[in-house]
Ligand binder design. Structure first.
Ligand code: NI
Ligand code: MN
Length: 223
């Protein structure tokens, strides 16, 4: 079954397969490149990589408007439960079966807090829906076990941060793609704030991996 990936800008996606819709890191309000508004997002599931405001974003608004369940680190889910959001906690190494397929959490080398509150381990997430496997690396440094994650989950698509400063830059993102070996690598987490994040990602040219650049708001069908 084909999966439609809509890039929400920065690190956010809306994934749709058949009747299922899953948002990842839906940061729209205050996102200078976002084309969608929170009210545009229709989904029954939201997956978060970590608690930083540029990822948690509009999660509470979208979850409450849609009656969506949020999958995230334990501490993020404690916070969301206080906000009356239905939350399903996990942590790195774990997998959760869902009605659309499953979501697994991997490690990420980063930090995770929201408004000064500790939000648990930062994560990468692997989603399986419509027969397609997508590894969203979250915000992370390069690490050698990306090769292992690639071997275990065999992702069709990897979403790889390349904006530098807070994550890998284009050169290290290239190395990440070559370790993960997805069919397609989508660069994320760059250019959103040009004074902070890299805008030229021409060095993100992994050997043997197709690169798909999505513009904010763009929808792309895979499979
Ligand atoms: Ni972050
Ligand atoms: Mn970030």
């Amino acid at each position: 079954m084909p999966v439609t990936l809509t890039f929400l800008g920065h690190a956010g996606f809306l994934l749709e397969a058949g009747s299922h819709a899953v948002a990842i890191d839906p940061f729209l309000t205050g996102n200078p490149v976002a084309k969608q508004k929170p009210a545009d997002i229709r989904c029954r599931h939201i997956v978060l990589t970590h608690g930083h405001a540029d990822h948690l974003g509009d999660t509470v608004t979208i979850a409450n408007a849609n009656g969506a369940t949020v999958y995230a680190a334990f501490e993020i889910c404690e916070y969301l439960t206080e906000q009356k959001v239905q939350a399903s906690p996990g942590n790195p190494g774990g997998r959760i079966d869902t009605d659309f397929g499953w979501v697994a959490f991997t490690q990420a080398f980063h930090s995770s807090s929201y408004e000064g509150r500790y939000m648990g381990m930062p994560c990468g997430v692997v989603l399986h829906l419509g027969g397609v496997t997508i590894y969203h690396c979250g915000d992370t440094a390069l690490f050698g076990d990306m090769k292992l994650i690639g071997e275990i989950y065999k992702p069709d698509i990897a979403c790889i941060p390349v904006g530098d400063r807070f994550t890998m830059g284009p050169e290290l993102g290239k190395r990440a793609a070559e370790l993960i070996r997805p069919k397609v690598a989508i660069p994320i987490h760059y250019k959103t704030w040009p004074e902070m994040l890299v805008t030229d990602i021409s060095a993100f040219a992994p050997a043997g991996v197709e690169v798909k650049i999505l513009e904010p708001g763009e929808a792309w069908r895979f499979g």
